[in-house]
Design a protein around this ligand. Structure first.
Ligand code: AMP
Ligand code: MG
Length: 422
């Protein structure tokens, strides 16, 4: 059973009751129940999808013991010892990749072998071609070789019956190749979450015509489209909804009926046109949280029926910060994927950073690596919550904890590189 968010009481005292960031994230995660339905997919359409079951290898990989190099296959017992300088073996034939030498190698014999070719019965060692001389059907080999060298044993990468990839793993290009090497033409993937998003605001206009006075282009539906598409969920853009309670009510309930997740932006603060809160209160079990973060303080979270609802703030950077820090972890959990750890690295502040104690701040930065390998970070210009350029130029969040005050140049700060999740 999903845990439900707590009551809206967190909005009633204006000052001290903002939820710490970590607590908000954990409460959201605790309210998410991973999807379980699976569908069978051809291998190539499974890129980015989440495995519904462990994939167990039906074969050994490699399937047969073979040579790792071009050279000569022989018995280790025939290798020269420290005392004998050279040995001479009879060249009995050849084993090529795909066309093996099937006879047993007798003592005193060797076989020409190419990379990936079947190791003939009796042979257990390969000497590379650069280390031998061949003349009149005989191969001369010096000392300095090791029994078993240059051999890839059957099953040494993956034994038959072993788990090749675990349930919850999200398939990357290497995985497609790995599954192909096992001979899997199709896999069972978890169903993708159906995620709808919409914007609220009478000032918002679509693209393709000039703005009138007091109008702005709707950018949030584009950033969310991009972020959700990258995440690999099933994305549905429900457009712009006007700041009218009846319109919001209709839009939210229709969206919730056909999606696993609904994300709205705007209208969650306490302005005259902010109706999201009152409308949601009648539709589901939604809590309105003030979270001690910047940007992104007000947020609505809860359920309409079984559908998860996120009411994000309207400011474009606040949307992205709350999406990556609070919504994305929830979507990953919903998708059944095992989350990748987000790595936080320590970096030197290359400029002073304003910070107020009592909230976690997510500044946008660019990482610089010096010649000594030390990491520094500078900010991407003005950090207002409407300045999307600060996000667009960034390759990391600079995360300044709740208790941190202003940062001077040269102090250590923590950065979270976008390559882990953006
Ligand atoms: P709100 O929370 O609705 O008061 O919005 C906060 C700020 O974000 C206002 O300046 C809005 O105009 C702006 N905003 C809201 N939604 C969007 C959107 N979809 N695209 C760009 N800006 C937006
Ligand atoms: Mg608004």
């Amino acid at each position: 059973m999903n845990a439900r968010p707590t009551s809206p009481s967190s909005c009633q005292n204006p000052q001290d009751d903002a939820l710490p960031f970590e607590e908000a994230r954990d409460r959201i995660l605790a309210a998410v129940r991973p999807l379980e339905a699976a569908e069978r997919l051809p291998l190539r359409t499974a890129l980015g999808r989440v495995l519904a079951h462990d994939v167990v290898s039906a074969i050994d990989v490699p399937p047969y013991t073979n040579s790792a190099m071009d050279g000569y296959a022989l018995r280790a017992a025939d290798l020269p010892s420290h005392t004998t300088q050279n040995i001479s073996l009879r060249l009995a034939g050849q084993s090529l990749a795909g066309v093996g030498y099937r006879a047993e190698i007798a003592p005193g014999e060797c076989v020409r072998i190419t990379t990936g070719a079947l190791l003939p019965p009796g042979a257990d060692t390969v000497v590379i071609q650069e280390d031998v001389t061949v003349s009149e059907g005989r191969v001369t080999i010096g000392s300095g070789h090791r029994a078993g060298q240059n051999i890839r044993l059957a099953g040494e990468d993956l034994a038959r019956g072993a788990v090749a990839l675990p349930r919850g793993h999200r398939l990357n290009p290497a995985d497609l190749g790995l599954l192909a090497s096992l001979g899997c033409p199709e896999i069972d993937a978890l169903r993708r979450p159906r995620v709808a998003f919409l914007s609220t605001g009478d000032e918002l206009r679509g693209l393709g015509r000039p703005l009138g006075e007091g109008e702005i282009h709707d950018s949030n539906r584009y950033t969310l489209f991009g972020a959700l598409t990258r995440l690999g969920v099933d994305v549905h853009d429900l457009g712009v909804v006007p700041d009218r309670p009846d319109a919001l009510r209709e839009a939210f309930s229709t969206a919730a009926a056909t999606h696993d997740v609904v994300i709205s932006t705007g209208g969650v603060s306490v302005g005259d046109a902010d109706h999201t809160r009152e409308v949601l209160a009648t539709l589901g079990t939604i809590g309105f949280w003030r979270i001690a973060i910047r940007p992104g303080r007000p947020l609505a979270f809860g359920h309409i029926g079984d559908t998860l609802f996120f009411g994000l703030p309207g400011n474009p950077v606040a949307v992205m910060v709350t999406f990556y820090q609070l919504v994305q972890p929830a979507l990953v959990r919903l998708s059944g994927a095992t989350p990748n750890p987000r790595r936080q690295l320590r970096a030197r502040a290359l400029e002073p950073m304003r910070k107020r104690r009592g909230r976690t701040e997510f500044l946008r930065g660019q990482i610089e690596t010096g010649g000594d390998g030390e990491i520094g970070v500078h900010l991407t210009g003005a950090q207002g919550s409407g300045v999307l350029r600060s996000m667009s130029l960034a390759d990391c969040f600079v995360i300044l904890d709740n208790d941190r005050g202003p940062v001077d140049t040269g102090e250590w700060v923590m950065v979270e590189p976008f390559c882990d999740f953006v």
